[in-house]
Ligand binder design. Structure first.
Ligand code: GLN
Ligand code: MG
Ligand code: MG
Ligand code: MG
Length: 445
């Protein structure tokens, strides 16, 4: 709107913003940007900034490479670490458009928007609150990350064991200035591991926030001479980095959380149970989005608070889907397999689509799993019908290809780009000869 633009212009003037970074993400969720001078603002908001789509992973072929950036005015933020007395920089997150002004079908933001719009037509808005974990590592004298964790603190330990407290404080201050509502932060289970939680919001805003969050955490860590990583399993034998996704549907017609029903024994609605059933039914076919790396599957093993079986529970942290105790407006499901290397736009879109498919088809949730799944024998798992999540990227690519969710959410074009990227990654890993193999086999055989 005009007034929103006027407010932005005002801030540009008072904060002496000289440069504008126009940001978007590629199909892996990796942040990209082109920088323009603030004098270009009027042209920029008209969507007149062109770039080469063929140089962005998964975008366009070389013969149709011109794409344009359309800034989302809601995402305007002055970058706190650039602010000086009479100078600063700001950014916009952008949607990608075709030369004729239509939305580019390969842009992850557009893809999530489409899922959000489809849910709106069915009477639901989607709320998402993610929990992103990360490690802080020391850097070497060339500035590269080492394998040396930054501290020896553990779960909920305070300083002086927690050496990351100042880093988290600076991340908090930075994000707060950029408009985030930060709710909590703590040292996580593994040495050098941390978590900072920001408030839930609608799915698109939250995917934008997750993208910004990862960028800010890495930027601030670097200011402390450290390197932050959201890699799912950076240290063998320790907890990995999760991105639990808390999701709820809001019923637009009655103006209430659609998962809450006080008359049910667990105070969950039919919609909630069917949403859970949809998640459990479709999860194998969307883990290639929520757990996109070869390394993601080294986190999904028993014993590290990450799920490896397809089950739900109202409290059990060994289950894939947990229902946090909050009820009323805060009633939600927590899906625990995603990790923070996921493209958040694809992750939230595919989770929502899976759950909503369950709602539309009135799928019935299986029995709740109250016992610790990690300690069940294979026979017990089979008796209860509890199946495994895919155990490799190769398996999850196959499930994505044969499942319904990928095509429904991404469409044919973007899905094929994603599948071929991931297939290449898996093939490259599959034929690599690793340190582990040489250690184990070279001398013996
Ligand atoms: N780090 C764990 C994971 O991999 C989660 C631990 C927790 O938040 N309780 O998902
Ligand atoms: Mg948490
Ligand atoms: Mg955690
Ligand atoms: Mg959690």
């Amino acid at each position: 709107t005009v007034s929103q633009l006027e407010t932005i212009k005002e801030e540009i003037k008072t904060k002496h913003v000289e440069l504008l970074h126009l940001q978007f993400v590629d199909i892996e969720g990796t942040l990209k940007q082109v920088t323009v001078t603030a004098e270009q603002l009027d042209d920029v908001v008209e969507g007149e900034t062109m770039f080469d789509g063929s140089s962005i992973t998964g975008f366009t072929p070389i013969n149709k490479s011109d794409l344009y950036l359309l800034p989302d005015l809601n995402s305007f933020a002055v970058l706190p670490w650039t602010e000086e007395a009479d100078y600063s920089e700001a950014r916009f997150l952008c949607s990608v458009t075709n030369p004729d002004g239509s939305l580019f079908e390969g842009d992850p933001r557009n893809i999530l928007k489409k899922t959000v719009d489809e849910a709106k037509e069915k009477g639901f808005s989607i709320n998402v609150g993610p929990e992103l974990e990360f490690f802080l590592f020391e850097a070497d004298d060339k500035g590269q990350p080492t394998q040396q964790v930054h501290d020896k603190g553990g779960y909920f330990e305070p300083a002086p064991y927690d050496l990351g407290e100042r880093v988290r404080l600076e991340i908090y201050k930075t994000l707060k200035k950029m408009g985030f509502t930060i709710e909590a932060s703590h040292h996580e289970v593994a040495q050098g591991q941390h978590e900072i939680n920001f408030k839930f919001d609608d799915a698109l805003t939250t995917a934008d926030n997750a993208t910004t969050f990862k960028w800010v955490v890495k930027t601030v860590a670097q200011q402390f001479g450290l390197r932050a990583t959201f890699m799912p399993k950076p240290v063998f034998g320790e907890n990995g980095n999760g991105m639990h996704v808390n999701m709820s549907l809001f019923d637009e017609k009655v103006g209430k959380n659609a998962f809450y029903d006080e008359s049910d024994s667990r105070e969950l609605s039919e919609t909630a149970y069917s949403f859970i059933a949809g998640l459990l039914h479709h999860v194998p076919s969307f883990v290639a989005f929520t757990n996109p790396l070869v390394n993601s599957y080294k986190r999904l093993v028993p014993g590290y608070e990450a799920p490896c079986y397809i089950a739900w529970s109202s409290s059990n942290r060994s289950a894939l889907v947990r229902i946090p105790a909050t009820r009323g407006a805060g009633t939600r499901v927590e899906i625990r397999c995603p990790d923070p290397s996921a493209n958040p736009y694809y992750a939230y879109a595919s989770i929502a689509a899976a759950g909503i498919d369950g709602v539309e088809k009135s799928l019935q949730a299986p029995a709740e799993t109250v016992d610790d799944i990690f300690s069940m024998s294979d026979e017990e798992l089979e008796e209860r019908g509890i199946e495994n999540l895919p155990t490799t990227l190769g398996e999850s690519i196959q499930a994505l290809e044969s499942g319904e969710i990928g095509k429904k959410v991404l469409g044919e074009y973007a899905l094929n780009e994603y599948l071929s990227l991931k297939q290449d990654e898996w093939d490259s890993y599959r034929i690599a000869v690793t340190e582990w193999e040489l250690d184990r086999y070279q001398a013996k055989f």
